[in-house]
Design a protein. Structure first.
Length: 173
């Protein structure tokens, strides 16, 4: 599935579904999210358009010679929970990370018909084999936490929270 199809696909994907995602994805972690919020609050241009975008909560390691990127595994998503609802309301299609999300984020996912996708933690060296390119596009001074544009190629993911609110992290009693 291509990243441009995620908003439409969100209507039929269910928590627990596995997908292979291809297309542009942007990395952003804590420090980048804080700066993005500052740009929004001051009315300045964002490093990428939120509408239809996919954010991967990752901070790739330095790039080895001859490869497009170093190890690139997910980071704990809950650290971005203070920022996610606003970005989802601005059109963000999906977030990729690991671990559960707050009720506010889950509500924003449903409200916006978005998705929360999980990547396998601890497998960053394997994950990088599904990334074809990496380009720093903002906040270069943040090093591994700079915003990067990645090109995914059949990156394996699991739908953890679907657009209807079904959530793999919430257990029915």
């Amino acid at each position: 599935m291509h990243t441009s199809q995620l908003k439409e696909a969100a209507k039929t994907l269910h928590a627990g579904d596995r997908i292979l995602l291809s297309g542009p994805v942007f990395t952003a972690r804590d420090a980048a999210h804080k700066r993005i919020r500052q740009l929004i609050e001051t009315g300045k241009p964002l490093p990428f358009a939120m509408e239809g975008a996919v954010i991967y909560y990752a901070g790739p390691t330095p790039t080895p010679p001859g490869l497009p990127i170093g190890s690139c595994g997910p980071t704990t998503s809950s650290r971005m929970d203070p920022y996610a609802p606003q970005l989802l309301d601005m059109g963000l299609a999906a977030m990729i990370g690991k671990g559960g999300r707050s009720k506010a984020v889950c509500d924003a996912i449903v409200r916006n018909g978005a998705l929360y996708l999980c990547a396998v933690g601890g497998a960053g060296a394997l994950a990088c084999k599904h990334i074809r390119s990496c380009e720093v596009i903002a906040f270069d001074d943040l090093g591994c936490e700079s915003v990067k544009k990645l090109e995914f190629d059949r990156f394996p993911l699991l739908v953890a929270i679907d657009a209807k609110g079904n959530n793999l992290f919430v257990h029915a009693d």
